[in-house]
Design a protein. Structure first.
Length: 291
């Protein structure tokens, strides 16, 4: 053995977004399509107060309890999934918030205090149901500066943006400095015909481009379940990816990434055992470690 850190097994994270009573039938259809391919662990992104609707669903909550018991994960996905802030920012920001995400990027423009308040409300809603989320995924993957500051002060182990997986804390709950992992999410644009035609091709290209990446993310949304052609594509993609990758929850992915980073750090900081312990080399090593 050469002492080098072992490469982690390539992973696949499949997530169900926008889980709420209003979207529950479509969420179930997505999960049924996935289970028809393989019984893999999933990450459910749950919205406590979706679009500020008052609905509650004991049936949904019981199903989520059962999913956790079988090895799935529940992550906090904002609080309302609605961007309620005034239209501000530059042209790109206004396009993302008002057009591309149809004003669902809840955490895109919040002040730090308001972002912290909504995170706390979400955590309280989870706790009332006996759930403790490991991760936070912002609606539409948008995080403004204030939301980033609130999130870094939160207890979450990870977050994800559209293009990156961000580890925030280790298993002990301590803050860590791990470079974000580039891992663009495969996602469908089911709301319009051109999106339904183009997005499967973009997903295929993304999967091919990141075939050697340690992580591939597959993000599914309730409207995807309404179109048989998308459901068939979801199943085809899963079959291909599962021949080369291990499906894990995002929480498990975060654990593996932080462990791998810690192992690499230990190896990189270990003294070279081939050196002789003469006074000269000892001084040299001390000088090098002080730089």
């Amino acid at each position: 053995m050469n002492g080098a850190a072992a490469e982690p097994a390539p992973m696949l994270c499949v997530s169900i977004h926008d889980v709420a009573p209003a979207t529950w039938p479509d969420c179930l259809r997505l999960v049924q399509a996935i289970r028809a391919v393989a019984d893999i662990p999933l990450t459910w992104l749950v919205v406590p107060h979706y679009h500020f609707r008052p609905e509650q669903s004991p049936q949904m909550e019981a199903c989520l309890d059962a999913s956790v018991a079988r090895g799935d994960e529940l992550a906090l996905h904002g609080y309302s999934h609605l961007d309620t802030e005034g239209a501000g920012g530059g042209l790109r920001q206004r396009f993302l918030r008002n057009v591309y995400t149809r004003r669902e990027g809840e955490f895109a423009a919040l002040a730090e205090d308001e972002a912290r308040r909504r995170i706390e409300l979400g955590l309280e809603w989870f706790a009332a149901r006996g759930w403790t989320p490991t991760g936070f995924v912002p609606p539409a993957w948008l995080l403004g500066e204030g939301s980033w500051r609130a999130l870094r002060a939160s207890p979450f182990a990870y977050t994800t943006t559209f293009s990156h997986f961000h580890c925030l804390r280790d298993e002990a709950g301590d803050k860590i400095a791990v470079d974000p992992l580039l891992s663009p999410s495969m996602v469908y644009a089911a709301r319009n015909r051109s999106g339904r035609f183009l997005s499967p091709r973009v997903a295929d290209a993304t999967a091919a481009m990141f075939a050697k990446s340690p992580l591939v993310r597959f993000s599914l949304h309730p409207p995807d379940a309404r179109y048989p052609e998308l459901v068939r594509h979801i199943q085809s993609v899963l079959e291909r990816l599962l021949t080369r990758r291990e499906a894990v929850t995002k929480a498990e992915c975060a654990r593996r990434l932080t462990r791998s980073a810690a192992t690499s750090l230990r190896h990189s900081s270990s003294p070279d055992p081939s050196r002789h312990s003469s006074p000269a080399t000892t001084d040299s090593a001390a000088d090098h470690s002080a730089r």
